[in-house]
Design a binder for this molecule. Structure first.
Ligand code: PGA
Length: 268
């Protein structure tokens, strides 16, 4: 699969923001702004908002793909406060973010735990968005590739090539998340290329070529186009700027502009 055929995704991650009413208002505002968008628009909302937002998306025939921000690795059980993959699917979620750095660092989630969640998500036909990325200290010690290799190796352990082709990878340098400090486009390209080569080495050339890899960390309308211009960057995972439908739609439009500019240069 050539890079231009890779699925393109702009994903929003609301984190712990928005009540049900706010989520409904948001979808009503965003939908007309993205009607003719060609890339996929994903939104990861709080658990409480999944069901009512899914209903609103259906009613509006909105192109938004809805998902969750986390889940437990067990299919069900005595795990107070946790949520199972089948509950998310039943509520209307199509995807789930796994291994976000806030889960890794604030809630001490290990790669092994993330790997078990990933397998559980796949068993339930929930598309995982697997997040990986290094801390500032690790980057300064030039350990970025080592960290990415370890996170990818452990969190994808036991995943076959076919399952791999259904998931999305997100490179999110921890130092860029919520800090206003975005990665240089060349750094993002380098990290994406590393991930792609790693996948190709382990799962074969086609798996590397096919993988959809998003960049995340302080994405704003002002820097979206430049990041998307990197050949290795297939889309964006947006936190803070996805909370405003206006800002998020500007980022989606940056993707469309980028796509139409690059397709003019294509020969096939
Ligand atoms: P940010 O968050 O865009 O606010 O930096 C990105 C993320 O956490 O996915």
């Amino acid at each position: 699969m050539s890079p231009k055929n890779r699925p393109k995704v702009i994903a929003g991650n609301w984190k712990m923001y928005k009540t049900i009413d706010e989520a409904i208002d948001y979808v009503e505002t965003l939908t007309p702004l993205i009607k003719r968008s060609q890339g996929s628009v994903y939104l990861a909302v709080p658990f409480t908002a999944i069901y009512p937002t899914a209903q609103k998306i259906k009613e509006l025939k909105s192109p938004i793909t809805l998902g969750a921000q986390n889940m437990n690795d067990a299919s069900e059980g005595a795990f107070t406060g946790e949520i199972a993959a089948k509950m998310l699917v039943n509520a209307g979620a199509d995807f789930v973010i796994l291994g976000h750095s806030e889960r890794r660092h604030l809630f001490h989630e290990s790669d092994e735990f993330i790997n078990r969640k990933l397998k559980q998500a796949l068993r339930n036909e929930l598309q995982p968005i697997l997040c990986v990325g290094e801390t500032l200290e690790e980057r300064e010690q030039e350990k970025t590739e080592e960290v990415l290799r370890e996170q990818l190796t452990k969190s994808l352990e036991g995943i076959g090539a076919e399952a791999l082709s259904t998931l999305i990878l997100a490179y999110e340098p921890v130092w860029a998340i919520g800090t206003g400090r975005v990665a240089e486009p060349a750094d993002a390209r380098g990290a994406h290329l590393f991930c792609r080569r790693f996948l190709a080495e382990k799962w074969g050339e086609e798996a590397g070529l096919q993988a959809t890899i998003l960049y995340g960390g302080s994405v704003k309308p002002e820097n979206a186009a430049e990041l998307l211009a990197q050949e290795e960057v297939d889309g964006l995972l947006v936190g803070g700027a996805s909370l405003s439908p206006q800002l998020f739609s500007q980022i989606i439009k940056a993707y469309k502009r980028q796509k139409s500019t690059s397709s003019k240069g294509e020969t096939s």
